[in-house]
Design a protein around this ligand. Structure first.
Ligand SMILES: [Zn+2]
Length: 276
């Protein structure tokens, strides 16, 4: 890497590339495949079953869901996707939705870019900060996931409530230009799954009856335990149809794999020398 780029002008001079996150992940996967790098380190026994399906899903730029029982490394696989993001990406500093300086979404950033032009100082966001994870529980609200309207903010700034500047962003907008992982998707209330679907489909969402437009760029990944489908909840059909790949995980198929996993997960190197 050369000297780090510090202004919008320098960034523009180097690239005008606007690459959606799924394309970025795909490009990095292709590079790793060509280099023969090990994918998903720490995931054992999935080389011939789960990993090829993950590769297909990523190459197809799909949102995907992992279906499997407890302890089948579902969350670990999703966290492993972080390795497929660029090390860092340029952002408008301070923007809660990590706007791209080359094409900001929120009106605050658009105003900043219009005012400062090429002299705008840009920031760099590391890949670890681009993975947002949420365990779905029945009490999760639209405000948690998508956001809420802040009437006080609107009143103070003299804004209409449908202006996105009045919004208090939830987890999904904060995952813009990154990966949003929802564990145990069927536990998420149907209403919120509809909200997710609307964002996936239209980039639109209604909050308390006010339409807010958010053209987010997010890779959505989910996990679910098939046992819970009937017992606790379900995945609404329109959302299910937008999840491009369903990948089933499994317990180790050989004793060797099981032993390697047990070894990896066991805490045997105890610094105090005690055996308990
Ligand atoms: Zn912004």
């Amino acid at each position: 890497m050369g000297a780090p780029i510090q202004t919008l002008g320098e960034l523009r001079a180097q690239s005008d590339r606007l690459r959606p996150v799924k394309q970025e992940i795909r490009d990095n996967l292709v590079r790793k495949l060509q280099a023969g790098d090990r994918l998903f380190p720490g995931i054992i026994g999935y080389e011939e079953t789960v990993v090829p399906q993950l590769i297909n899903a990523i190459l197809s730029r799909h949102n995907f869901i992992l279906l499997g029982l407890r302890g089948q490394a579902k969350s670990r696989i999703l966290r492993g996707l972080i390795d497929l993001l660029d090390e860092q990406i340029p952002v408008v500093p301070g923007c809660e939705i990590h706007d791209n300086p080359l094409a900001p979404l929120c009106s605050a950033c658009r105003a900043r870019v219009a005012k400062q032009g090429d002299s705008l100082t840009i920031g760099w966001l590391p890949r670890e900060a681009r993975f947002v994870e949420k365990l779905a529980t029945p009490d999760v609200t639209i405000a948690d996931i998508v956001g809420d309207i802040d009437p006080i903010k609107a009143a103070q700034a003299g804004l209409n409530l449908s202006d996105e500047l009045t919004m208090h962003y939830g987890l999904l907008p904060r995952a813009n230009r990154g990966i949003f992982a929802i564990n145990e998707l069927p536990d998420l209330a149907g209403k919120i799954q509809v909200g997710l679907f609307n964002i996936l489909q239209e980039g639109d969402v209604q909050i308390k009856g006010y339409p807010i437009r958010l053209k987010l760029d997010v890779m959505l990944v989910f996990t679910a335990n098939p046992e819970d489908y009937t017992a606790r909840g379900k995945i609404i059909t329109p959302l299910k149809d937008r999840i491009g790949s369903e990948i089933r995980t499994h317990y180790p198929t050989t004793r060797v794999h099981a032993m390697v996993i047990t070894n990896q997960e066991a805490w045997t190197e105890r610094p105090d020398g005690l055996k308990v």
